[in-house]
Unconditional design. Structure first.
Length: 292
């Protein structure tokens, strides 16, 4: 039997679709704008505003950026920080959350309260900087990856683990499996939506992070790609402020396309990662919405 929607349901559906379309356009416009800017011909662009289509076509901005070996070095650093940071975050968070999800663990309530307190009260930037400094992590990869492990993810993981059927872990215990085997062979494989969603958030967070690099990394060879983009934008803005007549005008014209190309270079890898995790994302974002 075919269900016929009422007039009110049709109006509600139309409004929802309109909102989705508006939000989609709002999210896509900055990306399209940067792409059009980066592909525009500097000679045709001048000081004119740009719309959705580039002014002419030129890859000079990308050639300018990719001609420097620093871009690939910073890319490698960012991939290293994002990869190692995500693995550490998933591993540490899973271990803690699994222990707190076991009802027979006597210290789980005390540890849970302690972790919840850290979610609401933070020591701040200066104590964190002093802690990293005194632990000898300055100018190392650990200063970039360890501060990303937080208590919020532990709570989300614990909620998800407690929703898994207890009969699976009990059967594994009867067969002689220990806690590590249960976690890595039963619990984590059943938690793919959660792991994929949290991994995506972690990768994006590490990829877009530059404050930790400003605070903890003195060696520019260890900087992530966001530091290159930041220094690029600052240096180009300084050139634009100089009064150099026709030369300054040409620099300003070229700097607009370079800024757009720099933004696209930093953005494209994350845009490529999301489609591979999309099938887990819709289910994973709902984790934690169900109370224990």
């Amino acid at each position: 039997m075919h269900y016929k929607k009422s007039f009110g349901e049709k109006v509600s559906t139309a409004i929802i679709y309109m909102i989705i379309i508006i939000l989609t356009l709002a999210f896509l416009y900055p990306v399209i704008y940067c792409l059009s800017m980066s592909l525009s011909d500097p000679d045709l662009l001048g000081g004119q505003p740009i719309g959705l289509l580039p002014k002419g076509f030129s890859l000079e901005a990308y050639r300018y950026l990719l001609s420097s070996s620093k871009v690939f070095r910073y890319y490698g650093n960012t991939i290293l920080y994002a990869g190692v940071g995500t693995l550490i975050s998933i591993l540490v968070t899973s271990l803690v959350a699994y222990a707190l999800s076991i009802s027979t663990f006597t210290g789980r309530k005390v540890i849970t309260v302690y972790l919840v307190i850290t979610m609401f009260f933070s020591g701040g930037m200066v104590p964190l900087y002093l802690t990293v400094q005194r632990l000898g992590m300055m100018d190392t990869i650990w200063a970039m990856v360890l501060p990303g492990v937080g208590a919020y993810n532990v709570m989300v993981y614990k909620t998800f683990f407690r929703q898994l059927p207890s009969s699976l872990t009990e059967a594994a215990k009867v067969d002689g499996a220990g806690h590590f085997r249960i976690l890595f062979t039963i619990v984590m494989p059943l938690s793919k939506p959660l792991l994929a969603t949290m991994a995506l958030f972690s990768i994006v967070g590490h990829w877009n992070s530059y404050l930790n690099a400003v605070l903890y990394l003195r060696d520019s060879n260890k900087h992530p790609i966001q530091m290159l983009l930041r220094s690029l934008l600052i240096s180009l803005e300084m050139l634009e402020d100089k009064d150099m007549g026709a030369i300054a005008e040409q620099v300003t014209t070229s700097s607009r396309t370079v800024k757009g190309a720099g933004a696209m270079i930093a953005m494209i890898p994350i845009l490529c990662v999301y489609p591979f995790m999309q099938k887990y994302f819709a289910k994973g974002v709902m984790v934690g919405s169900i109370k224990e």
